[in-house]
Design a protein around this ligand. Structure first.
Ligand code: AMP
Length: 131
């Protein structure tokens, strides 16, 4: 059965898309720790991040770098932090989170409640500076 992220990539489930290329896809996390919290996923359906081939792992990180640069360009923050958990969704993904302090990366922090219009605006701002 396809993962929820494969359904998003296929367009069967809506998302707030940031960018894609032939191998990777980026979209806003629906339960964000911060405005601009973005997920980068491989189109290849693979559960564990470190089961990706060396080549795909490197390519994914380079794609995530482009996404992180766009997030930093669009969202006021000190840095964009990166984390890999994968405890909820069995489809490898990188979290990119705009941060101002260490505690902004704590995953048990309360998640932001954003409106559809806010998600749309954030996605538009980030995707418009993605290169
Ligand atoms: P984890 O697998 O622990 O890295 O967490 C999975 C992440 O995916 C969580 O931060 C969820 O909020 C996020 N997530 C789950 N379903 C969706 C969805 N349909 N759209 C966007 N983000 C999602």
């Amino acid at each position: 059965m396809a993962t929820i992220f494969s359904k998003i990539i296929a367009g069967d489930i809506p998302c707030y898309k940031i960018a894609e290329n032939d191998k990777f896809f980026a979209f806003l996390d629906i339960n964000p720790l911060a405005k601009g919290h973005t997920l980068v996923v491989p189109k290849q359906e693979i559960d564990y991040f470190f089961d990706l081939s060396n080549e795909d792992l490197a390519a994914m990180q380079i794609f995530a770098k482009r996404v992180a640069t766009a997030v930093k360009g669009a969202i006021p923050c000190k840095k964009v932090g990166q984390a890999v958990l994968g405890l909820q969704v069995p489809h490898a993904h990188i979290h990119l989170i705009p941060i101002k302090k260490e505690s902004d990366m704590i995953f048990s922090n309360p998640k932001l409640k954003l409106t559809d219009a806010e998600f749309c605006e954030i996605a538009k701002e980030i995707s418009s500076v993605f290169k």
